[in-house]
Design a protein around this ligand. Sequence first.
Ligand code: FAD
Length: 312
Amino acid sequence: MSKVLIVADHFDGQLLSSTSKAVNCGSQISEDLDVLVLEKGSEIASQAAAIDVVKNVLSISNEAFEQPIAAIMAPVVAEVADVYDYILLPSTTFGRDLAPRISAILDVNQVTDIMSVEEPRIFKRPIYAGNAIQTIKISDGQKILATVRTASFKELGNANNANVIDTEMPSVEIPSHTRYGGVQSEKTERPDLQVASTVISGGRGVGSAENFELLYELADKLGASVGASRAAVDAGFVPNDMQVGQTGKIIAPDLYFALGISGAIQHIAGIKDAGTIVAVNKDADAPIFEIADIGIVADLFEFIPELISKLD
Ligand SMILES: Cc1cc2nc3c(=O)[nH]c(=O)nc-3n(C[C@H](O)[C@H](O)[C@H](O)COP(=O)(O)OP(=O)(O)OC[C@H]3O[C@@H](n4cnc5c(N)ncnc54)[C@H](O)[C@@H]3O)c2cc1C
């Protein structure tokens, strides 16, 4: 049976749901499925052991992993991966940073953004900003290194109690050219954009940073996260970690509001897996209406206050 290794994605002492989604993808390839946790400590390993279908958690605890630095992790993953047929990472910032380095060390081509497993060596993945879906077959006997599109796989349950194997740090050369300098991130009380079940996004049509307050008010009523189009980010209305789309975040909320967003293909690429899409645009010919489940031709400055008052 093929052996599958998932590299755990975690931050601030918490295993991220992207790991569970990558495990879900891996479980469609083989039952012989292990998770590798690189951390300083052991709290992530026990969280990973709870994910349904995981067989073993390989836990390597080392000072070097206090921060998730791809340059440091890559040689370690490559060494551990030696006995595995598949190495999967979630297609998050973490996985997209780490996978190419592992690919270079192992000298195997990387499969990017698996959307579905058709057969153990046949996958579907998006190309041309999600406008076409490619089916690829990897030749027999070749190790497979891939990232998994988290929006395409559901999170698994947490009723497992997999073996946690304390694993020796492999004796590989850890590069010293990359060091941790600090992290700056936006703090928000709202749910994370990539896991929120409802997302309210605003585009250029919102007009200003001040006008985005109206979207925040609606989001707080619905327990939603707030996203934006690239035009809204480029205009300085919101920070760029809120960008949804091809060069932003790929998300799959149950409910997505596109407010004052025209529906460019690069934006749609980020919401293809969303459940219900509600578009509000004052231009009845806006392309967003071609993919919206509910299309409302209206001025968003009239629509949002009315919706908020109805919710009240
Ligand atoms: C390589 C590349 C990568 C890109 N990546 C991304 C990406 O990741 N994400 C992304 O979003 N874009 C991306 N873009 C940009 C993309 O092509 C579009 O330019 C962008 O999505 C447009 O944003 P928008 O819909 O907010 O603005 P616009 O296209 O200007 O649309 C604004 C809309 O608001 C409507 N509107 C105006 N006022 C109101 C009102 N009062 N009430 C209701 N509606 C109103 C207008 O009718 C219009 O339809 C990328 C482009 C390139 C070339």
